[in-house]
Design a binder for this molecule. Sequence first.
Ligand code: F6P
Length: 357
Amino acid sequence: MKRIGMLTSGGDCQALNAAMRGVVKCLAYSGEDVEIYGFLDGYKGLIYGNFRMLTGADFSGILTKGGTILGTSRTPFKLMREPDENGLDKVEAMKQNYYKLRLDCLVILGGNGTHKTANLLREEGLNVVTLPKTIDNDLWGTDMTFGFQSAVDIATDCIDCIHTTASSHGRVFIVEVMGHKVGWLTLNAGMAGGADIILIPEIPYDIDKVVEAIKQRDERGSRFTILAVAEGAISKEDAALSKKDLKKKMESSQYPSVSYEVAARIQEKCGKEVRVTVPGHTQRGGSPCPYDRVFASRLGAEAGKLILKGEYGFMVGYRNREIVKVPLEDVAGKLKMVAPDAEIIQEAKMLGISFGD
Ligand code: F6P
């Protein structure tokens, strides 16, 4: 008999349900007796002992369903060691609930912050297996996270739609893409959608270079220009600021997000009419794309296999086209960023895409 606790933490994404279903199906088809305890709303459920016992029926029909059947929340890692408003020691509470339920292991699905806490629980002696989810694809130790491809599809659709209206009006359009502090999503959706200019955090932009790229397109007779701008994109001037000064600048900024600032500066420098579109959380919503359904199911099945073998303390990741187990201590606290000199960046530049550098 295996007693498994399961939780999804951090921002949701597509294919969380597919991944959990993969774990449970693998265990069920192994013939092993399993009890699944689903903790609700992420680590909060584990801290406060909010859980639901799940049966096979809970995992039926959820392969295509977005969101997470367990609910999720953000419980910042930096606050984990701080007592809650009632003085509760959160780490102790999580351990007690784990031991009270006599769990064999926890299956934790999450991104960067989630993995820091998962590693902390491992250090505290709990058995943990994790699965890499996030539309940002910024998790170290895996070439791919589930949710990413689905989000690329949605952001690409958005750029595709903007294309037709941009060509009718001859305007400059900015599509602001999620991705937190990295540019994977913007880079991929930007290339897939045929964006002319792509601005990502890893390559700070020079607004004059951006304007130059727009002018060159005008000179070549293009009626419009489309920019895919990462929500974390940063100008060269801002990148040179200290962390403190940058924070101060952002707090006092008149713009709701980076794209609006880029739009204002383009307008000011070349008098072009600029429009901004922010697809926002739609990028995390809806049904997972087929790639993510397959990918998350595979990772889930491999996590089930690790549990059956009693191998704990790993994230199930994907490297060089192979499913691998990555020690949690190697994953926690690291960010996987786009290398500014990566092949894909060089190829994008060969295609005439400007990165504003
Ligand atoms: O990490 C996923 C993500 O969607 C990021 O791309 C984005 O910056 C952030 O979460 C948004 O967070 P929230 O849903 O808390 O607004």
